[in-house]
Design a protein around this ligand. Structure first.
Ligand SMILES: CC(C)(COP(=O)(O)OP(=O)(O)OC[C@H]1O[C@@H](n2cnc3c(N)ncnc32)[C@H](O)[C@@H]1OP(=O)(O)O)[C@@H](O)C(=O)NCCC(=O)NCCS
Length: 171
């Protein structure tokens, strides 16, 4: 499993994973726009084909300072529960540290329980509930991960070993 920066050539598999992962997938044109955004970062995990992606943007607010904000993240259904999402987060954290960005942030649907468990597993904490955040009126949880906290190192270092050790056919 390898994580790397995506190029526009990765758009078809990214769009396919998006479609397989969400009931209301973003269209390919919207995903493509991130490749023209100099504040955006698009990562893919490949095994050897692209099996997951993560899109984040560096953003800032006067109240919270700079944050790497996760806009989209999905793992192909065939590759879930093998720490692939965690590997993408680990790479995002490396980028944040190189850029001196102290925090990761995101919004997740309140009813997306698996994603909430995933982010909690990797140390994100809910900081706010936002009613009617989505176009369909659904609520979101705003979650953050403080990268200056003490407890991060062990899981980041353990991840690549874990992802290598799981065979492709395991559930
Ligand atoms: C959420 C998602 C990215 C997780 O990716 P993943 O590679 O399967 O996650 P990991 O293997 O790194 O999971 C790490 C831990 O998160 C938790 N977790 C992950 N998926 C979970 C699920 N479906 N139910 C409960 N807990 C889950 C577990 O604690 C898991 O550890 P374990 O496997 O040892 O029990 C993936 O399920 C996905 O693509 N979902 C659809 C798209 C989506 O909802 N994206 C998030 C949008 S905000």
């Amino acid at each position: 499993m390898r994580v790397r920066r995506a190029t526009l050539a990765d758009l078809p598999p990214i769009a396919a994973i998006e479609k397989a992962s969400f009931p209301d997938p973003w269209p390919a044109e919207l995903l493509a726009a991130y490749f023209d955004d100099r504040h955006a970062l698009v990562l893919v995990a490949e095994d050897p084909c692209v099996v997951a992606f993560l899109i984040a943007r560096t953003e800032s607010s006067s109240r919270r300072g700079r944050v790497l904000h996760i806009h989209d993240l999905a793992v192909a259904p065939s590759h879930r529960r093998r720490a692939v999402g965690g590997l993408l987060l680990a790479e995002l954290i490396s980028v944040a540290r190189r850029q001196g960005v102290p925090r990761l942030g995101l919004e997740v649907r309140v009813d997306n329980v698996s994603a909430r468990r995933f982010y909690e597993h990797y140390g994100f904490q809910t900081v706010q509930r936002v009613a009617r955040y989505y176009d369909d009126g659904g609520a979101a949880l705003r979650m953050e991960h403080d990268l200056e906290g003490p407890s991060l190192g062990s899981w980041v270092e353990g991840l690549s070993a874990r992802s290598r050790s799981r065979p492709a056919s395991s559930p």
